[in-house]
Design a protein around this ligand. Structure first.
Ligand SMILES: [Zn+2]
Length: 152
C-alpha cells in the first residue's frame, strides 16, 4: 500500500482524473459540504501483458483544509512478476504526480518515501527510503530504459 497527500488540489480535476483513468471497474463518490470520500477500482495491465492486477484507490478530501489524502492498494498480478503490485502502485503515484506538477498541487509522500529520477531517460520512481539505503544502495536498473543508475 502507498499513500500520499495532495495539498491545494483542484478537487474536481482530481476526481475527474481518478474516474476516467482509475475506475474502469467501480467507483463510488460521496460528497458532503466539508468532505468528499471516493473509492475507485481499476483492473490493470502490467508491462503491456494481460494480467489480473487490480488497483484499489481511496480518496479522502477535506474541503476546509483543501487537503486530499490518497491510498492505493494493488492486488493480484503476482503470477507475472514478484514486484508487480509495488510497480503498479508506483506507476499510479507517478501518474498522479504528473497531474500535480501540471496544476501546481503540492504532493507529500511522507518521510519514508523517496522520489528518484533516472538520469538517462528522466523516468520517475517512488521508493521506500529503506529500499534505497538497503538492497539497491549501489545501483538500480531503470524499468523504463533498462540502464543502471545510482540513487541519490
Ligand atoms: Zn531510464
Amino acid at each position: 500500500m502507498q499513500s500520499f497527500m495532495l495539498k491545494n488540489p483542484d478537487i474536481d480535476i482530481l476526481l475527474e482524473f481518478l474516474e476516467e483513468s482509475y475506475a474502469n471497474k467501480f467507483k463510488r463518490v460521496k460528497k458532503t459540504a466539508s468532505v468528499i470520500f471516493g473509492v475507485f477500482l481499476h483492473d490493470s495491465f502490467f508491462q503491456r501483458m494481460p494480467g489480473d492486477l487490480t488497483l484499489a484507490i481511496v480518496l479522502d478530501y477535506e474541503a476546509n483544509a483543501n487537503l486530499a489524502t490518497v491510498w492505493c492498494i494493488a492486488m493480484g498480478g503476482v503470477r507475472m512478476e514478484a514486484n508487480a503490485q509495488q510497480a503498479a502502485e508506483r506507476d499510479f503515484i507517478i501518474d498522479v504526480g504528473k497531474i500535480a506538477i501540471d496544476h501546481n498541487w503540492k504532493v507529500e509522500y511522507g518521510p519514508e518515501k523517496m522520489a528518484l529520477k533516472c538520469p538517462h531517460c528522466k523516468a520517475q520512481y517512488v521508493y521506500l527510503a529503506e529500499e534505497v539505503k538497503g538492497s539497491f544502495a549501489d545501483s538500480t536498473r531503470c524499468q523504463n530504459c533498462g540502464r543502471l543508475f545510482h540513487p541519490e
